[in-house]
Design a protein around this ligand. Structure first.
Ligand code: AMP
Ligand code: MG
Length: 493
């Protein structure tokens, strides 16, 4: 096997033994490479370019462990739908090691679906093909949209069934992340009153993600600030593309600020702030419009774990942490407004902009207008008024659009850019193509029921250019027909 395969022992494995369990992936019966992300492989500087599909399948199933690598399963806890679970951990994932990417950034490489670990509890440690393909498609789509996210390096079929409600083909996805440290990782140690571990973990995260915090007077408070800022920005980004994470439990919030865990996630079709797709989110806790609130709630749980290392005086620590948490809301609204201004082609700031944006969203909601298409078609409308026809056709009552569009046009007269330049700028922030649920479902059905991976390859390719759909694939921008609408998405467990 490739001794030059450039993956190193994970730096996380250098932390004390109670941070993880040493465990090897359980070999897969008949691994078969479904997809390898060559571009990402190059970015990571992995010397796997010469390997054939069989060798890649061996590596990304965990059947072959490169020399020097020490696989581990990370310990973490987490609040799931508001209820604290003191021990979760990598029950079906194994951190293989890290690579130094072309930009000099250390990136973690993890197999998900690679068999049981000491954290598996009742689970089988495996993943089904459908959720693996979903994670591959959506995480790569998020990246192409320009949103911080874990990436997908490979998908491998295990050649073994997994048993859910029915027998399904098993698969493994290789994920790449800035790191896999979660809010829940901090909670794991805080729940055990292991302040020393919390401090070591905080130092590790500061070293790895926020080295500038070290020079601050209060490095751990600076860490809280950095993670808070990162989440405000991440959630604003999600909202701008209509992404609903679906399971924003604290174990699914990475302190690096990347999107992580694509179980029951979905992109909205028609705009609805209350949109929920996850089958297990019956209360709408993680509905589209609730995501900023869920994020602050999680950040408060994060802050609690840091209190003992922020200040020896408990009251003082709470006071300091609360001040930081209170900045989330302002920061999130600023980023939201800045983003929606870009989406509407507004480059100067005016007081009425927030109301203008809100009124459009209200009209879209009342009229069940498609979120992505409305903004995309506004790009044409911003260039020439004839473009209005295609926007208004998305509204049940097109006059609602007309009324709003008259205000928008009046506002655009106070903008410096030429219409064509304005439209071009808008097309860079309003995607034409998002991973629509019905498209993903079609890909999964073809793969699971017909062993046909051509739709997966095609959707993958189209999603890599969300702002400029390749010629001939424009229909990928279309919303679902009523009969194609996917109402629910499921966790991959
Ligand atoms: P998730 O819903 O993917 O965020 O996972 C929540 C917890 O359940 C994590 O600790 C997972 O490792 C664990 N888990 C999920 N699916 C499985 C499985 N098939 N086998 C073992 N553990 C699992
Ligand atoms: Mg998870």
């Amino acid at each position: 096997m490739p001794s030059d395969y450039d993956m190193n022992r994970s730096s996380y494995a250098g932390l004390p033994e109670r941070f993880f369990a040493r465990v090897d992936p359980i070999p897969a019966a008949k691994p078969r490479l479904l997809r390898f992300n060559h571009a990402l492989g190059l970015e990571l500087g992995l010397a796997v370019g010469d390997l054939d599909a069989e060798a890649l399948a061996g590596l990304f199933s965990g059947n072959i462990i490169p020399p020097g690598v020490e696989p581990i399963a990370m310990a973490y806890a987490g609040h799931q739908f508001g209820h604290f679970v003191p021990q979760l951990g990598d029950g079906r994932a194994i951190l293989m090691g890290e690579a130094l990417d072309r930009a000099g950034v250390r990136r973690d490489i993890q197999l998900k679906g690679s068999g049981r670990t000491p954290f598996s509890r009742g689970g089988d440690g495996r993943a089904a093909l459908g959720p693996v393909l979903r994670e591959y498609l959506v995480s790569e789509a998020m990246h192409a949209l320009g949103i911080p996210t874990t990436r997908a390096l490979a998908a491998v079929a295990t050649g073994e069934p997994v048993f859910r409600e029915q027998a399904l083909p098993g698969a493994i996805v290789t994920r790449v992340a800035a790191s896999f440290v979660r809010v829940g990782t901090f909670q794991y140690f805080a729940a055990r009153d292991d302040v020393d571990a919390v401090r070591r973990l905080a130092d590790y995260v500061i070293d790895r993600h926020y080295p500038e915090a070290k020079t601050e007077q209060q490095p751990y408070l600076a860490l809280l600030r950095a993670v808070t800022d990162g989440q405000a920005s991440l959630i604003a980004n999600w909202m701008h593309v209509g992404f609903i994470h679906g399971v924003m439990n604290t174990d699914n919030m990475a302190v690096s600020g990347e999107t992580i865990d694509f179980g029951p996630c979905a992109f909205m079709d028609s705009y609805d702030p209350a949109a929920v797709f996850s089958s297990i989110d019956s209360q709408g806790r993680y509905a589209y419009g609730n995501q900023p609130h869920a994020a602050v709630w999680n950040l408060a749980r994060f802050a609690e774990t840091l209190l003992p290392i922020i200040d020896a005086g408990a009251d003082r620590a709470v006071e300091l942490a609360s001040e930081v948490l209170a900045t989330f809301s302002m920061r999130f609204s600023d980023l939201s407004l800045a983003g929606v201004r870009r989406k509407l082609g507004l480059s100067v700031r005016e007081d009425g902009d927030a109301a203008l944006a809100e009124d459009l969203l209200d009209a879209m909601h009342r009229n069940q207008a498609d979120y992505t298409l409305t903004f995309r078609r506004l790009c044409d409308a911003a260039e020439r008024e004839a473009g209005d026809t295609d926007v208004r056709s998305l509204f049940v009552n097109p006059r609602d659009y007309d009324e709003w569009a008259a205000r928008w046009r009046a506002r655009l007269t106070r903008e410096p850019l030429e219409p064509r330049a304005r439209a071009a700028a808008m097309r860079k922030v309003n995607p034409a193509i998002i991973p629509r649920n019905h498209r993903i479902q079609r890909v999964i059905d073809a793969a699971v029921q017909g062993q046909d991976f051509a739709p997966f390859a095609e959707l993958s390719a189209v999603l890599s250019q969300p702002y400029q759909p390749p010629e001939g694939f424009e229909s990928y921008a279309d919303p679902p027909q009523p009969s194609e609408r996917v109402q629910q998405t499921f966790c991959g467990t």
